[in-house]
Design a protein around this ligand. Structure first.
Ligand code: ATP
Ligand code: MG
Ligand code: MG
Length: 369
C-alpha cells in the first residue's frame, strides 16, 4: 500500500491540475479505491480542491473501458445540466484530464490514477439514519435516470460482465451446491431450498428486457446512500458519485438494490433474524424520491416491476453470499466463521418479508407513479 502511495507525486505531476500543489490527505470512507483530497493554489490566489483516486485494479481489470464509460456519462450529464442552467461543477462529477489528454494516468508500477473536481459543502452518510436522507438519495438516483434517459445505454462497456444476470448467478449457485467442495451444503439446507423454490423468478426481468418490454438503461450499480453527496446548506442530494460500475442495465435493479440496502431494519450480517424486516416507511420515502427524480422517464412496465426489482436484488445478493459460503469464502471478506451464511440469511429473510408485504409494496409504488 505504501509503495504505490509514494507514486502519488508522479500522478499529481501527470494530471492537468491548475496552479501550485499545496498538500494532500486520505479522504472519505470508500472501500474500493484509495481516495485522496488534494489542494492546489491557483494563480489568482484561491485554493482549489480535487479528489484523486488510485483505482482498484484487482476489481476493475479494464481501466480504459471503465474510464470511457465515466467520461461519456459525465460529459453527457454536463451538457444536459448546462442546458438546464444547472451548476455543472456540482451536479455531476468532472474528470480532470492528464497533461497529455487522457482520462487517467498509469504510473511506473502500473497503477491507475484519476482525478475529479471536488464537490465541496456536501456530506455523505454510510448508514440510513433518517427517512429524509434516504428520500434525497432516491431523488438523486431517480434524477440520474431521468437525465440519462436518452443516453444510448448499449454504447457503454459492460465492465463487469453479467453483474446482475440473476440466471447466471443462479447457475453458479447450483454448481456450488452440487459440488459442495467444503461440505457445507448441509448447514444451509433451508436456504438452498428457499432459493430453488424461487427458480422461476430469477430470469423474469432479464427476459422482459430481451423481449423489449423493459428498456436497457444507464445504471449506476452501486446505489448506496453514501454514493450521493448531500448539499450541507439545503440538505438536498446534489451529485451522484462513484461511477465505477456505470453500465447498461435495468433501472429497477438500481432502485431495488437501494431498497435492499437501505430499507432493511437490520444490519446486513445480523444474526437475530427477528430484527430483519422491510421498513415500509423507508421503502415509501425512497420510492417517492426515486419516482419524483425520474420525472416520468420510466415506463409503466418499469414502475410495475419496482417491487420485483427490490425482491430480485435481495434474492440475488443472498444467493451470492450463499454461493461464496459454499465455495469457501473466496469473494466476500469474512470476519467470523459462517459470516457469509449469516449474510445470506438476512437477505433471504428480507425476501420473505417482502413477499409478505407485497401488496403494500405494490400500493406504494403505484401511488407515486
Ligand atoms: P465505495 O466503497 O462506495 O465503492 P469507493 O472506494 O469507490 O467507494 P468513492 O465513493 O468514489 O470511493 O469515493 C470515496 C469518498 O470520497 C466518497 O464517499 C465521498 O465522500 C468522497 N468523494 C468522492 N468523489 C468526490 C467528489 N467529486 N467530491 C467530493 N467528495 C468526493
Ligand atoms: Mg462510494
Ligand atoms: Mg465505489
Amino acid at each position: 500500500r505504501e509503495e504505490y502511495c509514494s507514486k502519488i507525486q508522479e500522478a499529481i505531476e501527470a494530471i492537468g491540475f491548475r496552479g501550485e500543489y499545496l498538500d494532500h490527505c486520505r479522504y472519505g470512507s470508500g472501500h474500493i479505491n484509495d481516495t485522496f483530497l488534494i489542494r492546489f493554489k491557483e494563480p489568482e490566489g484561491n485554493v482549489e480542491r480535487y479528489i484523486l483516486q488510485r483505482m482498484n485494479h484487482e476489481i476493475f481489470k479494464n481501466p480504459d473501458e471503465l474510464m470511457e464509460n465515466i467520461y461519456n456519462v459525465t460529459s453527457f450529464l454536463r451538457d444536459k445540466i448546462s442546458k438546464m442552467h444547472g451548476d455543472t461543477k456540482r451536479e455531476t462529477m468532472n474528470v480532470i484530464y492528464t497533461k497529455d489528454g487522457r482520462p487517467y494516468f498509469k504510473d511506473s508500477i502500473g497503477a491507475c490514477w484519476r482525478a475529479y473536481l471536488f464537490v465541496g459543502d456536501t456530506m455523505s452518510f454510510d448508514k440510513v439514519e433518517n427517512t429524509k436522507d434516504f428520500y434525497e438519495s432516491g431523488v438523486s438516483f431517480g434524477h440520474f435516470q431521468n437525465l440519462l434517459a436518452d443516453f444510448d445505454a448499449a454504447s457503454l462497456h459492460e465492465t463487469i460482465p453479467d453483474f446482475h444476470n440473476t440466471p447466471v448467478r443462479y447457475e453458479a449457485f447450483l454448481k456450488a451446491v452440487k459440488e459442495d467442495i467444503c461440505g457445507r451444503a448441509k448447514e444451509a439446507e433451508a436456504e438452498i431450498r428457499f432459493l430453488m423454490q424461487r427458480e422461476k423468478d430469477m430470469g423474469i426481468c432479464m427476459e422482459l428486457q430481451r423481449a423489449g418490454e423493459l428498456p436497457l438503461r444507464v445504471t449506476h450499480n452501486d446505489t448506496k446512500l453514501n454514493n450521493i453527496l448531500i448539499d450541507t446548506k439545503t440538505g438536498k442530494g446534489i451529485c451522484v458519485i462513484d461511477l465505477d460500475t456505470v453500465m447498461p442495465g435495468l433501472s429497477i435493479f438500481d432502485y431495488g438494490d437501494s431498497i435492499r440496502f437501505g430499507a432493511n431494519r437490520a444490519a446486513e450480517d445480523e444474526r437475530d433474524l427477528t430484527k430483519v424486516s422491510l421498513d415500509l416507511k423507508l421503502f415509501e420515502a425512497y420510492t417517492k424520491g426515486f419516482l419524483e427524480g425520474c420525472g416520468g422517464s420510466l415506463t409503466e412496465k418499469e414502475i410495475e416491476l419496482l417491487p420485483m426489482g427490490a425482491k430480485l436484488m435481495t434474492m440475488e445478493c443472498g444467493m451470492r453470499f450463499l454461493t461464496d459460503y459454499l465455495v469457501g469464502d473466496t469473494y466476500f471478506r469474512i470476519h467470523r466463521e459462517g459470516h457469509n451464511l449469516d449474510r445470506c440469511r438476512t437477505q433471504l429473510k428480507l425476501v420473505e418479508d417482502m413477499e409478505q408485504k407485497w401488496d403494500s409494496m405494490k400500493d406504494i409504488t403505484g401511488k407515486y407513479r
